[in-house]
Design a protein around this ligand. Sequence first.
Ligand code: BG6
Ligand code: MG
Length: 219
Amino acid sequence: MIKGVIFDLDGVITDTAELHYSAWKALCEEMGWHFDRQLNESLRGISRLDSIRTIMHHNKASLDPDRIAELAERKNKIYVESLGGMTEEDFLPGARELLTHLRNEGFGVALGSSSKNAVKVLQQLNAIRYFDFIGDGNTVAKSKPAPDIFLHAAAQLKLPPNRCLVFEDAEKGIDAAKAGGFHCVGIGPEERVGHADIRFDSMKEATLFEVKSHFKDLF
Ligand code: BG6
Ligand code: MG
């Protein structure tokens, strides 16, 4: 029986992709690197350092590790500043309703995000109260597609992976959930999350009723 739900943050609870895009774009312009929305898409779900490495690889750039860390920090400053304008209005449609239903029905609820800014984002949304455990980019060493963040969150909920459902919008996030033995819900297009157990175009369609109907033997 499913007793726990683990949520990714960016692209599931709220849409930060545009803010990440603007921050990376600003850094890339300073560096004379190419950056576009397609490249931004490929950063969905992966850590900040993996992101800058991906951008550098794309631009055939090479720098020493200290300089890379410095640039990643610069991007983060721009990103964090842009989070200041985020409010309770910035939940993705359907996300807050789903969290409320899950809490009302007594499910364990955890966050399993790659972002080191997850607590800040949840504070802006006034969403801390929905979570029994918040796992973020500081929680485990190996980030998605490794299953570690989800395994850690499940352990905190005191549940084995097969009693948890993971909500993810990233291809590598679904890979991570599957590698950990979790049931998973993909949010987004077929080409990105078609390998999830069930997929919805957006969180608006991913109601508890719909999810339960799909996994009916597990609820
Ligand atoms: C993920 C995002 O949730 O967090 C990625 O999908 C992002 O795009 C990653 O790179 C790391 O975020 P942060 O906030 O630690 O730079
Ligand atoms: Mg995401």
